[in-house]
Design a protein around this ligand. Structure first.
Ligand SMILES: [Zn+2]
Length: 366
């Protein structure tokens, strides 16, 4: 080989190296192969011993933290010590936090006597749609007592007002007698559930109804009912409540009584005769009043009491069309079936009734 050949070969090599350096065609560029080699070396010489050191540290670290058996089973996991340290801290905030909601929960339930007032098998509020009767024919002896005023009549000469007014002291004695003799006031929802699907009633059921929504029902009857833990059913008038008429329950009172567990139902928008009326009139008076009661209590109102006990076939048709569950009249009686659910009988409590007369009315058979 001559000098010129060697020189040519050197030039070619130099060219190839340059092209390779510029990244042209060489399959493994020298720079890359160098970095791969360096990485492998690094892993072998530095990372593996470092990992071993870390492992050794982990094993050594375990005895210094004498925690649980599960930790000892995972010697390599240093953070475990901190992880278990965290749960040991967590229970203490949880234990201090937990009683606080429980305390507020009981605080909100305690003042509301709903729990004591509704010991019956069903809740006071009725769902919108009636449960379909199961076809079994049942009858229930439940006196539905009918009250109007619970106050001292301002004019002793007003015989009608005197007759409709039960003195607060007498009302107190009557409720005390019911409570002490194991009578259990229930709602009309309870009566319906028994008649329709056989949901059991308590031993001595009685329904306490109050007509016309007089303000003395809030002032006198409501606190006495609460004292004995009894539920009352109030048929209120939407018209006077809308204008906050001073003689009648306001929507604020109605909402308060409902929230306290009383059953608030409609007696009409105004106290008018529901006979020989157009459907539009009946809808406004009856369905309108029900919607107002529902809007102010947030609970369904599925029952109705005819003002002055006056209704006709068209009134019944409208109540049925708008899915009222039952309605009460002013006719006397204590035994109920689903033969005429929109014409339930009641027992009128009069202003002149002695306690003995009251007891006789409650305990009578028919
Ligand atoms: Zn009335």
């Amino acid at each position: 080989m001559g000098k010129s050949q060697i020189a040519r070969g050197a030039i070619r090599h130099a060219l190839l190296d340059t092209r390779a350096a510029l990244g042209y065609s060489s399959p493994v560029p020298p720079a890359e192969s160098f970095s791969r080699g360096f990485l492998a070396l690094l892993i072998k010489t530095a990372l593996v011993p470092a990992f071993i050191v870390l492992l050794a540290l982990g094993v050594l670290a375990v005895p210094t933290a004498p925690k649980t058996r599960s930790e000892a089973a995972q010697p390599g996991l240093l953070p475990v010590a901190t992880a278990t340290a965290a749960p040991t801290v967590t229970p203490s905030p949880t234990s201090t936090l937990t009683p606080t909601p429980t305390a507020t929960a009981t605080a909100t339930t305690t003042p509301a006597p709903t729990a004591t007032l509704t010991p019956g098998p069903t809740s006071t509020a009725a769902p919108r749609s009636r449960p379909q009767p199961d076809g079994v024919r049942r009858s229930a002896r439940v006196p539905i007592l009918m009250y109007h005023y619970v106050s001292i009549p301002p004019d002793p000469g007003d015989r009608l007002r005197v007759d409709l007014s039960v003195l607060p002291d007498n009302f107190d004695a009557q409720m005390k007698w019911l409570a002490e003799n194991n009578y259990q006031p229930i709602t009309l929802t309870d009566v319906y559930y028994y008649l329709a699907i056989g949901t059991p009633l308590p031993e001595n059921p009685v329904v306490l109804t109050f007509d016309d929504g007089y303000v003395d029902q809030y002032e006198n009857a409501f606190p006495i009912l609460q004292r004995y833990g009894l539920v009352g059913t109030f048929f209120v008038l939407a018209g006077p409540a809308d204008v906050a008429s001073p003689r009648y329950l306001t929507w604020h009172m109605i909402a308060e009584m409902s929230a306290a567990g009383m059953d608030m139902q409609a007696h009409g928008r105004d106290h008018v005769d529901m006979r020989r009326r157009a459907d539009e009139f009946l809808y406004f008076q009856i369905v309108g009043a029900r919607q107002a009661v529902e809007a102010h209590t947030g609970k369904p109102a599925a029952f109705f009491a005819y003002p002055a006990g006056r209704y006709d076939a068209n009134t019944l048709r409208l109540l049925d069309r708008y899915s009222f569950w039952m309605a009460v009249t002013t006719r006397n009686g204590r035994v109920h079936t689903l033969d005429a659910p929109l014409e339930l009988t009641r027992v009128r409590i009069r202003g002149g009734d002695s306690l003995g007369k009251f007891i006789a009315k409650v305990t009578a058979g028919e």
